[in-house]
Design a binder for this molecule. Structure first.
Ligand code: PLP
Length: 385
């Protein structure tokens, strides 16, 4: 199998699974229990909180565990709006993950004004537009750090600066960026930041929200007093332990992985551009998570390419995993100006720690053949405009 869908999810790191197995066998206590077996688990959860906090330049009381990146995004946006009832506007971008986009859509139905900042052809948000969109009613700006479909990295530091001048809070969805590029809440200047374990070789079903000390926010989930009364529900202790181990590994290997993945991705990109005619690369050449490659193959349906590759056990994506199977075209590709038929011909290949040179070699042997054959049987006209 050649797995080129690391932005959808990553295989679990052996160190993380090992740690989780050991934890399951040895600890079952509830971290809220006051006797030793509960306190021990609380101690372990606190250690992980510390590990995550340290990596992003935060303190451990600023980390709240959630069930996912999606919950962290919902919590940040809805929690801030709940805490600031006198404000009823938020600003986000046109290329957010559904976890933010559909939260914004829900809020619109509830009467919140949502302003969607457009992006340029590379997926970078329009800072002038953003600046002008801020009003005294703006509660929050929520812009992702790195895009899941095309990998574009946003100038969050600049956005925070603009926001601070107007006294507006900033949330960034760093679910894709965390573990791939440097993520430091102070350099970014953000008040809230979402993370997810399964994008960094940790388990699924656990994430975290960084909340800067003093930020006005209400919980999303009410119940018990867990997570300093900010997120009720007994913690996913097994997931948290796996998350912590994954963070430790990723922190140690990130710089090396980053270089290696960038090199492999560049080989793949060059190889595709040299071997396959009529392709378009989508995304920013430099301000991008280098392991994310998005290509349009003129005249084809992406799904046909995906399925043909899958028969060779090469796994790629047609875009965001969450919109896989959806009829409409990717809102990200639409936002960067692709025509619907071009957007529908687009494949995302996202590389990760476990990819090898051999993987790239095989893909470069198989993909050109598949595209050639599909184009021969395709009735679609190839239009490069
Ligand atoms: N935000 C971004 C940018 C993502 O890529 C994803 C997952 O694909 C999420 C949020 C959702 O994270 P989770 O799968 O942990 O809910």
């Amino acid at each position: 199998m050649i797995y080129l869908d690391n932005n959808a999810t990553t295989p679990i790191d052996p160190a993380a699974s090992e740690k989780m197995c050991q934890f399951i066998k040895e600890h079952f206590g509830n971290p809220s229990s006051l006797y030793p077996i509960g306190r021990k688990v609380k101690e372990i959860v606190t250690e992980v909180r510390e590990v995550i906090a340290k990596v992003i330049g935060a303190s451990r009381t600023e980390i709240i565990f959630t069930s996912s990146g999606t919950e962290a995004d919902n919590f940040a946006i809805r929690g801030v709006l709940d805490a600031l009832p006198e404000k009823n506007e938020i600003i986000t971008s046109a290329i957010e993950h559904p976890a933010v986009m559909n939260t914004a859509g829900y809020l619109e139905k509830k009467g919140v004004k949502v302003i969607y900042v457009p992006v340029d052809e590379y997926g970078i948000v329009d800072l002038d537009f953003l600046k002008k969109a801020i009003t005294p009613q703006t509660a929050l700006i929520s812009i992702m750090l790195a895009n899941n479909e095309i990998g574009t990295v946003q100038p969050i530091g600049k956005i925070s600066k603009i926001a601070k001048e107007k006294g507006v809070l900033v949330h960034t969805d760093a679910v894709q960026a965390f573990g791939k590029i440097d993520v430091n809440v102070n350099k970014l200047g953000v008040d809230l930041l979402s993370m997810s374990a399964h994008k960094i070789y940790g388990p699924k079903g656990v994430g975290a929200l960084y909340v800067r000390k003093g930020t006005d926010i209400w919980p999303l989930i009410y119940g018990g007093l867990q997570e300093r009364e900010m997120r009720a529900g007994t913690e996913n202790t097994i997931g948290i332990v796996g998350f912590g181990e994954a963070v430790k590994v990723v922190t140690g290997t990130r710089d090396k992985d980053k270089k290696r993945i960038a090199k492999l991705a560049e080989q793949l990109k060059k190889g595709i551009e040299e071997r396959i005619p009529k392709v378009k690369f989508n995304g920013h050449e430099t301000n991008r998570m280098k392991g994310t490659l998005n290509f349009s193959f003129y005249g084809l349906e992406a799904e046909a390419i995906l399925l043909a590759l899958a028969t060779k056990e090469i796994y790629v994506s047609t875009g965001s995993a969450c919109s896989e199977g959806a009829e409409e075209v990717s809102h990200v590709l639409e936002a960067i100006g692709l025509k619907p038929e071009i957007a529908r011909s687009s494949i995302r290949m996202s590389l990760g720690r476990f990819n090898t040179e051999e993987d790239i070699k095989i893909v470069l042997e198989e993909l050109p053949e598949i595209v050639k054959k599909l184009r021969e049987i395709s009735a679609l006209d190839i239009d490069e405009d």
